[in-house]
Design a protein around this ligand. Structure first.
Ligand SMILES: Cc1cc2nc3c(=O)[nH]c(=O)nc-3n(C[C@H](O)[C@H](O)[C@H](O)COP(=O)(O)OP(=O)(O)OC[C@H]3O[C@@H](n4cnc5c(N)ncnc54)[C@H](O)[C@@H]3O)c2cc1C
Length: 391
């Protein structure tokens, strides 16, 4: 159980968000009593462990672009900043690029996003279909009017980031407890703490919901209704007969199919689909690959027609059904209850900026990045924000 049964801040969920919030709180004020309650410290089903760990500046909302830029700057010194006893996590960031293929229907949307990104000084290029073909001769960009390429986008080691924040938060004094929160307790419109499956009550005037895809269940225990649902997403690992002869960027087709090279000469493939089931299922379905994804992949890269499905996995997106964007901040109707939820497929890359921002809100400090656009108030006011580049 916790080092005391009272905390200044109780964080529910010790995935990348919970760990980042804990780290930023402790880094700002080492005297704080911060407890993170995580029921599965092995993170078997945590999205942070099942992610593709991509980071990109290619969003269409200014704040999402700023968040990713911040992450890239944090990665530059992450190993030193998170070092404990001289040992730091290796982020292994590989800037192999993100390539979004654009069809006629998407042209205006992508053009506007591209102009915004360029106007903000981001590294992004607009390619015509010929350039796509020249740069990646394996691709057959038919029905494509262009593409946007972010040469500084790429992927990293998710576990290193999660464990880096966790280890450093602990070294600074945060307490990580293995238990399950069964209820957020409250009185007279204020959060008072959390009740644990072990039967313990942890009193805290500030409770932070970092429960990932389980966020709505947790919020419901406090009578708070948030539009976050767990949606199963699958990733497949294939060994193609023809090897690309170098890294391929994370390539995203207008249909939503995406793929990229993985170490060991393998290719990762996935696609978010309308019919992806909601709920807490982690089984992966080979038919999805053979019936749908393989055909689309081989149409775009004919040389990938011959391949072997090596393995796959399923994880959960915490989908915010209002607008698929993050929900960040105190719930207006329950003082001391903070939401850090609804990241869909882009939460891992947002953890550095989000953890910092939530710690600033809790401590009443002026934010380095103003992320108030993601305030939970928009849920009560049914005011979605627009982001068109999310996959
Ligand atoms: C297949 C896939 C690919 C993805 N690709 C990317 C990508 O390329 N780039 C990117 O940025 N993001 C990606 N994401 C999304 C990203 O992984 C998530 O947005 C991010 O990891 C969310 O972190 P989290 O800490 O909120 O949630 P999680 O990592 O799920 O952590 C939540 C934790 O809360 C714990 N918990 C829940 N309820 C309780 C409770 N009541 N008591 C105690 N503990 C509790 C759980 O055990 C869990 O460990 C992907 C996700 C998936 C599934």
């Amino acid at each position: 159980m916790a080092k005391s049964q009272h905390a200044d801040v109780a964080i529910v969920g010790g995935g990348v968000m919970g760990a980042s919030v804990a780290y930023h709180l402790m880094a700002a004020d080492g005297a704080l009593n911060v407890t993170v309650v995580e029921r599965d410290p092995a993170y078997e089903h945590a999205s942070s462990s099942l992610s593709l760990a991509n980071v990109r500046i290619q969003f269409s909302l200014r704040e999402n672009i700023e968040i990713s830029r911040y992450t890239l700057s944090v990665f530059e010194t992450f190993e030193e900043d998170m070092a404990v006893d001289g040992q730091g996590p290796r982020v292994m960031f590989r800037p192999e690029g993100n390539l979004f293929l654009v069809d006629a229907a998407g042209r205006e949307i992508f053009r506007r996003a591209f102009e915004l990104q360029q106007g903000m000084g981001c590294r992004v290029e607009w390619w015509d279909p010929e350039t796509v073909k020249q740069r990646y001769p394996l691709y057959r960009p038919e029905g494509i009017v262009g593409a946007t390429f972010g040469p500084g986008d790429g992927h990293f080691d998710a576990q290193a980031v999660l464990m880096g924040y966790r280890a450093k938060a602990r070294a600074l004094g945060a307490d990580f407890v293995k238990d399950e929160v069964v209820a957020v307790t409250h009185r007279d419109g204020r959060a008072t703490g959390v009740r644990l499956a072990s039967g313990e009550q942890l009193a805290a005037g500030c409770v932070v919901n970092c429960a990932g895809a389980w966020a709505a269940d947790l919020a419901a225990t406090a009578g708070v209704d948030i539009p976050v649902v767990p949606v199963k997403r699958q990733v497949f690992v294939v060994d193609t007969a023809v090897k690309p002869g170098g890294p391929l960027p994370l390539t995203i087709l207008p249909s939503g199919l995406y793929f990229r090279t993985e170490t060991g000469g393998l290719i990762l493939v996935g696609k978010s689909m309308e019919e992806d089931p909601t709920g807490y299922s982690f089984s992966y379905d080979q038919r999805r690959f053979f019936d749908v994804l393989w055909l689309e992949l081989a149409a775009f890269v004919p040389d990938f027609e011959r391949l072997k499905l090596v393995r796959g996995w399923a994880g959960l997106y915490a989908v915010n059904t209002l607008d698929r964007n993050a929900i960040l901040g105190q719930w207006p109707e329950l003082t001391g209850f903070y939401l850090v939820n609804g990241f869909s497929g882009h939460g891992l890359q947002q953890a550095p900026a989000v953890g910092r921002y939530i710690s600033e809100l809790i401590l009443g400090k002026p934010p380095v990045l103003d992320l108030s656009i993601f305030s939970p108030r928009r849920i009560l006011e049914n005011r979605p924000i627009q982001e068109v580049g999310i996959v």
